[in-house]
Design a protein around this ligand. Structure first.
Ligand SMILES: Nc1ncnc2c1ncn2[C@@H]1O[C@H](COP(=O)(O)OP(=O)(O)OP(=O)(O)O)[C@@H](O)[C@H]1O
Ligand SMILES: N[C@@H](CCO)C(=O)O
Length: 295
């Protein structure tokens, strides 16, 4: 019996919610797991075809968490999510490894447990929580306790124009550039807007989204790592999007509209201006990780 785990891409931060907010979107990685004689990994670059592979490491960590011995498996990866572009490719690997371990050992894992194990691997829950739960999730972790994940519905009219440059931004370098301390006035600025953005995404109120989505914690610094940021932002806002944020730690940028025609026109315009970029119109994924069993 083989098992296939499909995991959605995720956009962390949504601009204003650094390390707290994340949303699952309709772009997927699929991972097929089978018991095997020895570890075999296919469907990914050669450098990932070994025991260091994140999917396999997460598989082993999950088994250890349940007190079980690792065993050899075959993993096949089929992904549309580019690596190190701010769309949570690493979280898809982590979530797949955990769910693959559960499925192959006949274990039933709830969302809270899956988020907790995945957070141990990733270090923060903002990508893994929506990858597991779907939709928009605000997460925080009380000291010495498991993460709390609050799930919000996203208005189905909202479209997310996803602009993926051909260049990577390493999460590690993008985190180094963010100041470690901020003033009280900056903290207050962020708090009100996070609440505004979550309500705006729920209700589809594009004016509220536009007003709330003005980050002071990370975007002003990280945009310097994305040479096309200012031009792409101007094109998106002039073309009718209500806002544009850096997805995760970049380099992907994501613009928002409630108008399907605006979304498609912007997609076509950006694709013709930037032929080396990938541009998609995505929706919020409401389901999160899915498991299917093949006889
Ligand atoms: N198909 C894959 N096979 C094995 N490892 C992968 C694969 N895709 C991604 N990874 C792992 O995930 C890492 C990329 O994680 P990184 O956090 O830099 O980017 P991201 O998850 O794509 O973006 P972000 O976290 O900003 O949303 C790779 O270096 C690799 O370790
Ligand atoms: N919240 C993280 C997401 C990237 O993994 C960051 O912005 O650095």
């Amino acid at each position: 019996m083989s098992v296939t785990i499909a995991v959605p891409a995720t956009s962390a931060n949504l601009g204003i919610g650094y390390d707290c907010l994340g949303m699952a979107v309709s772009l997927y990685s699929r991972f097929t797991f089978d018991r095997a004689e020895k570890l075999t990994i296919t469907g990914c670059p050669e450098k990932y075809r070994n025991e260091d592979n994140l999917v396999y490491r997460s598989f082993v960590l999950a088994l250890e968490h349940w007190g079980e011995e690792p065993f050899p498996i075959a993993i096949d990866i089929d992904t549309s999510i580019p690596v190190s572009r701010g769309l949570g490719s690493s979280s898809t690997c982590t979530v797949a490894g955990i769910m693959g371990a559960a499925a192959l050992t006949g274990r039933i894992v709830g969302r809270a447990e899956a988020v907790s194990i995945a957070t141990q691997m990733e270090g923060h829950p903002d990508n893994v929580a929506p990858a597991i739960m779907g939709s928009l999730v605000c997460s925080f972790t009380p000291e010495g306790a498991l993460p709390h994940c609050i799930r919000y519905d996203v208005n189905p009219h909202l479209k997310f124009i996803t602009i993926i440059p051909p260049y990577e931004v390493k999460t590690e370098s993008a985190r180094k550039i963010v100041p470690k301390e901020v003033s009280l006035s900056t903290a207050v600025w962020q708090m009100g807007r996070i609440s505004g953005l979550t309500r705006g995404l729920e209700s589809g109120d594009v004016e509220l989204i536009a007003a709330a989505c003005e980050d002071k914690l990370q975007e002003p610094y990280r945009k310097t790592l994305i040479p096309d940021y200012e031009d792409v932002r101007r094109i998106c806002l002039d073309g009718g999007a209500c806002t544009m944020w850096i997805s995760g730690s970049g380099s992907t940028m994501m613009a928002v509209t409630a108008d399907g025609l605006v979304a498609e026109s912007l997609r076509a315009r950006l694709a013709s201006l930037y032929p080396t970029f990938e541009v998609h119109v995505l929706e919020c994924d409401t389901k999160g990780v899915r498991i299917s069993y093949d006889a």
